[in-house]
Design a protein around this ligand. Structure first.
Ligand SMILES: O=C(O)CCC(=O)C(=O)O
Ligand SMILES: [Fe+2]
Length: 296
């Protein structure tokens, strides 16, 4: 049987080894795995880790380019405010719903169907599972109502993907759709938009961090975030680059509904210009489209 002193010894050895390597490496692009060190305040934490993090954060403050995605990732996850007032004013509430009419029903719809066929990937330490909702249109109809997009038609959206995160789990920065940027799949299958639901309240951490847009969404049970992944010419919009911050306390449950490009063609015009963002009406008024730093 393993003794407590042996576990303690192993733990301290691991921490020391980690710190030594960390201080040697002087990494400019830290992996998210290093991220929670600052927050959990591991005793004898590496001084190098703290110093580098603070220096980087100071140096790259406000620069939200692709190459600084890790820095922006921890900054957002640590609670830093990266958006300007003008940028903040572009965010709006799609629909005001009372939690009782909306979130409870979705939560039940989801939990009723859960089974064990979930999987984990390295850069996503959450567990994910796709539901077969082919016969249940109720959820898709609600999504349609709330997003103003076409969701219920055949091939208009993917099956709901449910995500479950335990303590420490995270998803690294990524985009949900590469569009014409990297592959030659049928454009109709592109994930034009992501509609992400939060199914529980997370005690600490677990925010969705938009590393390029410089904003994070706190998981609040019954709320959802909608964002577009591609420009109207079908190429990647790197402003949609996002991640899930590590869970520090509690657990996180979420669900992604990916809406497809093909089905939207009737009410969303293609653009003749490169890199143009979609415009969509809020209370029948078309809002200005913000310029957000992307990859280039
Ligand atoms: O859980 C989150 O906040 C983000 C999830 C996500 O990015 C994804 O499933 O693609
Ligand atoms: Fe994603």
């Amino acid at each position: 049987m393993t003794s407590i002193p042996f576990i303690e010894f192993s733990l301290w050895t691991a921490i020391e080894k980690h710190n030594m390597e960390f201080d040697d490496a002087i990494k400019m692009d830290l992996e998210p795995a290093f991220f929670d060190r600052e927050i959990s305040h591991v005793p004898n934490d590496s001084r190098g880790a703290r110093k580098i993090r603070n220096l980087q954060q100071e140096a790259f403050k406000g620069i939200r380019e692709f190459s600084y995605e890790s820095i922006n990732y921890w900054s957002l996850c640590s609670g830093e405010q990266l958006q300007t007032e003008i940028e903040k004013s572009y965010l709006f509430c799609c629909a005001k719903m009372t939690p009782s009419t909306y979130e409870n029903q979705d939560y039940q719809l989801v939990s009723k169907k859960m089974d064990k066929k979930a999987y984990v990937l390295y850069h996503r330490t959450s567990v994910t599972y796709f539901f077969k909702f082919s016969k249940e249109k109720e959820f898709d109809q609600k999504t349609e109502l709330l997003t103003g997009m076409i969701v219920t038609k055949t091939n208009a959206s993917e099956d709901l993907q449910v995500l479950s995160y335990s303590v420490g789990a995270h998803i690294s920065p990524h985009v949900d759709e590469m569009g014409f940027t990297s592959h030659t799949n049928q454009p109709s299958t592109f994930r034009i938009a992501t509609w992400m639901l939060y199914l529980n309240d997370v005690k600490l951490g677990g925010e969705t961090a938009f590393v390029s847009a410089g904003v994070r969404a706190k998981p609040v049970k019954g709320s959802a975030v909608l964002w577009f992944n591609i420009f109207s010419d079908g190429t990647t919009d790197w402003a949609s680059n996002h991640a899930s911050c590590p869970i520090l306390l509690g657990e996180k449950w979420g669900a992604d509904k990916w809406v497809k490009y093909g089905a939207q063609i009737v009410n969303r015009k293609c653009s003749l210009k490169q890199g143009e963002r979609y415009q969509y009406p809020v209370n029948n008024v078309y809002l200005p489209v913000p310029k957000i730093p992307g990859r280039n």
